[in-house]
Design a binder for this molecule. Structure first.
Ligand code: BG6
Length: 459
């Protein structure tokens, strides 16, 4: 049996607005996340887990857990508030990166994770072509300041979900036409950023970080397979074919035409996309999807992982073989991770980095400050088993960074939906002391990393 590579990056993930807090400190501009109304019965993102002030202690805990990598995002609003370079923003991430490296942890930054600067959003956000240049300028600053210490850069977190579930993820509510024009600008911006990175010869690699799920046909009816193909093209391949091959996926284009949402694409856009492509693929995996032939009904997407239907193309179905999470009712499908990884590797032949995977659930802290989260351990252990099988299949992996390193605020379900290995003592109603406590999953992951993934005992 194959083992995990010796340099396999066992890591964990967070994103800036969900973990940092300090939303208006040290020159930071508010992002669209800071100024939006909280979802019912949740909290705002202003303090989050207070990682901005506690990053040193958090990194010490990451080291104790044995992390080899930390996947985090950089807040555009700290680095370039209102379009101007902010030395205090640079200093924060310089310090974080140095602290990680001092502790033997590989920093893996995402340059943009749902937190568009409010001033950029006011000017039309991604729908405005000028945002491409602002983004490239911002990324150039990142490469120049941090590029000497970074091996793996991710461009945009879950661009596919940001466009498909924008209502939940950044509070905007565009038409299909606007959605796919914005999406096109993001694709061009990404290609230009990859160009800048490659031309600058910073010595590392750069790639996208979409949310990818394999799609099963509900039955062996050929029409269900066609529906699954369309859903996959629309949800997965549109973004990755553009990032890796520099072209639009043909089935996705057919769908965009049907939605009257074909973007305006210039010759220069086509060229820049074709000539500047990804070095590796980072992807987030939470669940699979199941599709059947359309019954001509439309069903709106609710959040990143939920099903939806496009009349004439596909509808999503419940998979009767899978259980679901308590929160949000997302299917749980560890085997789907192996299938998804194989599909990605077959299509693109690039090394893969899992940048999110995890279980959001309410945790209880006991009076002795213990958190017994066996449900999370089970979820992660089952996914790690499948990851190992995917490696046996021959898929090339860089690492595994589950969501999340510590508790943080969910995109739309507040602090009560916890994902972390480290418990943060606060809830949606009260900030409390924000103290950190190691969950049972912390110790489990620590042992797993020590054994380089080959822990045979009951996990
Ligand atoms: C991914 C996002 O979609 O899923 C994260 O990249 C997010 O930002 C994670 O937190 C889990 O989703 P949620 O909605 O439970 O927070």
């Amino acid at each position: 049996m194959t083992t995990f590579p010796t340099d396999f990056l066992w890591g964990a993930s967070t994103s800036a607005y969900q973990v940092e807090g300090a939303w208006n400190e040290d020159g930071k501009e508010p992002s669209v996340q800071d100024i939006r109304e909280p979802f019912p019965n949740t909290t705002d993102f202003k303090v989050a887990a207070d990682h901005y002030h506690r990053y040193k202690a958090d990194v010490a805990l990451f080291k104790e857990m044995g992390l080899k990598a930390y996947r985090f995002s950089i807040a555009w609003t700290r680095i370039m508030p209102y379009g101007k370079l902010n030395p205090r923003g640079i200093a924060f991430y310089n310090n974080l990166i140095d602290e990680l490296l001092k502790n033997g942890i590989e920093p893996i930054p995402t340059v943009f994770h749902f937190d568009l600067p409010a001033s950029v959003a006011e000017k039309g956000g991604w729908h405005n072509r000028q945002t491409i240049d602002e983004f490239v300028r911002y990324c150039q600053v990142l490469f120049d300041h941090f590029g000497d210490r970074i091996t793996y850069w991710q461009t945009i977190n879950e661009q596919n979900m940001l466009v498909l579930a924008s209502k939940v993820l950044d509070g905007s509510n565009p038409s299909w036409k606007e959605v796919f024009q914005s999406n096109h600008h993001m694709l061009v911006a990404q290609a230009k950023v990859m160009k800048a990175y490659h031309e600058g010869q910073y010595g590392g690699k750069i790639g996208p970080a979409p949310n990818i799920t394999c799609v099963y046909p509900k039955t062996e009816k050929p029409e269900d397979t066609m529906a699954a193909e369309y859903l996959s093209a629309f949800r997965n391949w549109l973004y990755l074919d553009a990032a890796v091959y520099g072209v639009y996926n043909h089935q996705a284009m057919q769908l965009l035409r049907a939605l009257d949402a074909e973007p305006d694409v210039t010759d220069e856009d086509r060229q820049v996309m074709k000539e500047n492509t990804a070095d590796f693929i980072a992807f987030n995996y939470y669940n699979s999807m199941t599709a059947a032939a359309s019954d001509n009904e439309e069903k709106e997407i609710k959040d990143q992982q939920s099903g939806f239907s496009l009349a004439g193309f596909f509808k999503t179905e419940v998979n009767d073989y899978l259980q679901s999470t308590e929160f949000s009712n997302w299917p749980i499908d560890p085997v789907g991770l192996r299938i998804t990884a194989n599909q990605l590797y077959t299509r693109y032949r690039l090394p893969l980095l899992i940048t999110e995977n995890g279980l959001g659930q309410e945790d209880r802290k006991t009076e002795e400050d213990n958190i017994h989260d066996s449900y999370r351990i089970n979820y992660l252990a089952e996914h790690v088993k499948q990851l190992k099988l995917a490696i046996d299949d021959g898929v090339e992996f860089i690492g595994y960074c589950p969501w999340s390193a510590l508790d943080l605020i969910s995109t739309h379900e507040g602090f009560k939906k916890r994902y972390g290995f480290i418990y943060v003592n606060r809830d949606d109603e009260e900030l409390k002391d924000l103290s950190r406590h190691k969950k049972d999953s912390f110790y489990w992951y620590q042992r797993l990393i020590e054994a380089n993934g080959l822990m045979e005992e009951k996990q």
